[in-house]
Design a protein around this ligand. Structure first.
Ligand SMILES: [Zn+2]
Length: 80
């Protein structure tokens, strides 16, 4: 299971140019975080966050640079 998910602002909440795909650590199962804390340090409120197992759109370079070496981006074959 990948320990990293892609998080970005949902469409309409932010200009398209600011909707980079940030990366965040996957929360523990059965928990619903109030916000996502990305690796680059921004907080995205859960109600306006689009979360996926793969980055969609422009990746956030600051997040990519902070990607944990061990966690990596692996496709989670279990689906979600
Ligand atoms: Zn970022």
């Amino acid at each position: 299971m990948s320990s990293t998910v892609a998080v970005r602002f949902t469409a309409g909440t932010m200009s398209e140019s600011r909707r980079e795909a940030h990366l965040a650590g996957r929360p523990a199962p059965d928990t619903n975080p109030d916000f996502w804390e990305t690796y680059c340090g921004i907080h995205i409120p859960a109600e306006i966050a689009e979360v996926s197992d793969r980055p969609a759109g422009m990746p956030c370079m600051a997040c990519m640079m902070r990607l944990p070496a061990a966690g990596g981006f692996a496709v989670d074959a279990r689906g979600s």
